[in-house]
Design a protein around this ligand. Structure first.
Ligand code: SF4
Length: 575
């Protein structure tokens, strides 16, 4: 046991499989385009909180077409796939149909259809009645049969020509022994191992992990077949195995008696849900001997999730930008900026209701005490407006505009009339909001004309805040949070996003290098460049896939503004 992991190991393969990820992205994209209502044929994943989040976006799960009352909207075929006959019925229904069937399931459809066309019987080793298996059977041309394992396979009649395939999430050893039973009693027997690679990787890892721990915790919906299968494998190999849906099912007794704990999750379990169980298990072990370091960490989590750290970072950025504009800031401006950023971030977090959080403290603040946090956000916003009013009507007018835009942003789809969302719109909006309060408002307050220095400061602030927002978006995606193309990373994918970030990082560095040549600003430019080194370090971590998550991401990324503010302060006061 290391002090860091506290004897609790998370499987590397835990979390959404690529097929489920793709299906969720597909419905989110449709929702963002305003193509409501969106119907999925059966739930996309077996997780109540994610389903509730999707329902809020008007994405509903239906069991049959008769549940659709008005023929507007889109029908989505989920990752499991359906029978060709049902697909024909859905397509003839008169609504737009989007196929989100996993390509690896489609491959099995093709394998079954190819041999069925040649006159082979089909045996599917899988769970009869499971949505994927029902879909597979539909491709067997009426000569398909389902067996759960070797016992049922041994009871099958002899086949002249047979193709044996597997449900994509079946346990490999079960499939192979069932296939061998059939081969032994058949003429021409083709064994098509159609278990998908993500499932094989997941199963192999948990076999190793289960043997090395004395408690295995499997996280995922109780109705999820693949999670239940993982739990079965773990129960066979590990002295103690439990299948939980949430961290609340972990008991102190369970955790206390285990020396080493392994955690894994099914293909339809979001990473944030697994992380929450991991975090609770480690917290419980920690409380067995809580240290002052643990108490400090807990206090830091409160500071991060209350958005106080982000607000302080915005104040530091405003201070650095004031250096570029050669302004000595009225402290009320700094308070106003801090309160505005605090308000916007708290309200946004409260709107998410803590869904997708892997942290118990974030859940406590934005789940249990959501209304209280929402009120705190509005109070902070009102105080920012009062500060703005004291600074003059022009400042008040700009602050009121950016506050209203920030609060209305979550409802932008009502105005977009189904048009495609601007990729990265949230990252852009955040960058513009921060640039307005940290640069434009101080310039207005001091009634200085918008010169090159102001333009430079506004561009600089917008670029670094945009990079901040994109990097935090990447961290969110890595925890399977339900976010869409309003985040650049989700819209453009890994490679393009990293190239955009690289270009922006080089632009910012180039701008600052150019500023060092300016004789009135060279000391300040070197200070900004020192801060920029930290930003490049953050970017490097993301670029080379050392992506921090949760509080680590915010600590690292927002820390760039504190480093920046500190280096500007040092340059202005000690040079
Ligand atoms: Fe696709 Fe495999 Fe996931 Fe099934 S388990 S949806 S086949 S990746």
């Amino acid at each position: 046991m290391t002090p860091k992991d506290l004897g609790v190991t998370l499987a590397k393969t835990a979390g959404f499989c690529p097929g489920v990820k793709k299906a969720i992205d597909c419905v989110l994209e449709l929702a963002q385009k305003g193509r409501n209502p969106i119907y999925t044929l059966g739930p996309l994943i077996h997780n109540r909180q994610v389903i509730a989040t999707l329902e809020e976006k008007n994405i509903r799960s239906i069991e049959s077409l008769s549940e659709i009352t008005s023929r507007s909207g889109v029908i989505v075929l989920r990752a499991h796939g359906i029978t060709p006959a049902f697909e024909a019925e859905v397509r003839a229904f008169g609504m737009e149909v989007v196929d989100a069937t996993c390509p690896l399931v489609k491959r099995v459809h093709r394998v079954i259809a190819e041999y069925a066309d040649k006159g082979y019987d089909t045996v599917i080793v899988g769970d009869a009645g499971h949505a994927e298996v029902t879909g597979l059977l539909g491709y067997a041309k009426g000569r398909g049969v389902v067996v759960s394992g070797p016992e049922e396979a041994a009871a099958l009649p002899e086949f002249e020509r047979v193709n044996v395939v597997s449900q994509t999430t079946k346990e490999e050893s079960v499939f192979l022994s069932a296939a061998e039973k059939i081969r032994a009693r058949s003429g021409d027997c083709v064994i098509s191992n159609t278990i998908c690679q993500p499932t094989k990787d997941r199963q192999r890892e948990i076999v190793e992990l289960s043997k090395s721990v004395d408690l295995m915790v499997v996280v995922g919906g109780k109705h999820s077949a693949n999670t239940a299968r993982l739990a079965e494998i773990c129960a066979r190999l590990c002295p103690n195995a439990v299948h939980v849906e949430s961290e609340d099912e972990l008991t102190a007794e369970l955790i206390r008696k285990a020396t080493r704990i392994g955690i894994t999750a099914g293909a339809s379990t979001p990473s944030w849900m697994t992380d929450r169980v991991l975090s609770r298990a480690r917290d419980m072990r920690r409380t067995l001997g809580q240290t002052s370091r643990d108490r400090l960490e807990q206090a830091w989590r409160i500071i991060i999730y209350s958005c106080a750290y982000t607000a302080l970072s915005a104040v530091a950025l405003e201070y650095a930008c004031a250096g570029i504009q050669n302004l000595t800031l009225n402290p009320l401006l700094l308070w106003m900026t801090g309160l505005y950023v605090l308000s916007m971030h708290i309200v946004n977090r409260a709107a998410e209701k803590g869904v997708g959080s892997s942290d118990n403290i974030k859940m406590l603040l934005y789940g249990t005490h959501r209304k209280l946090m929402l009120s705190a956000g509005f109070v902070a916003g009102a105080l920012a407006l009062i500060a703005a009013a004291l600074l003059g009507w022009k400042v008040f007018a700009v602050m009121l505009t950016v506050s209203l835009l920030g609060l209305l942003y979550p409802f932008r789809h009502f105005a977009s009339k189904g048009e495609d969302e601007l990729p990265g719109s949230k990252d852009i909006a955040t960058a513009l909001g921060w640039a307005a309060v940290t640069v434009v408002i101080p310039a207005l307050f001091y009634e200085i004309p918008f010169s090159k220095a102001e333009l430079f400061a506004a561009l600089y602030a917008a670029l670094v805040v945009f990079m901040r927002s994109v990097m935090l978006g990447i961290s969110s995606v890595k925890t399977d949070l339900i976010i869409g193309k309003e985040h650049l990373y989700k819209a453009f994918g890994d490679k393009l996003t990293k190239n955009i970030l690289l270009t922006l990082a080089l632009c910012v560095t180039g701008l600052l290098l150019a500023l060092t040549l300016h004789e009135n600003h060279s000391t300040l430019a070197w200070a900004l460049l020192a801060g920029n080194m930290y930003t490049l370090f953050c970017f490097g971590a993301y670029y080379f896939n050392r992506i921090p998550k949760t509080i680590h991401a915010e600590t690292l990324v927002d820390g760039q503004f504190l480093v920046l503010g500190l280096s500007v302060f040092t340059a202005l006061h000690f040079s």
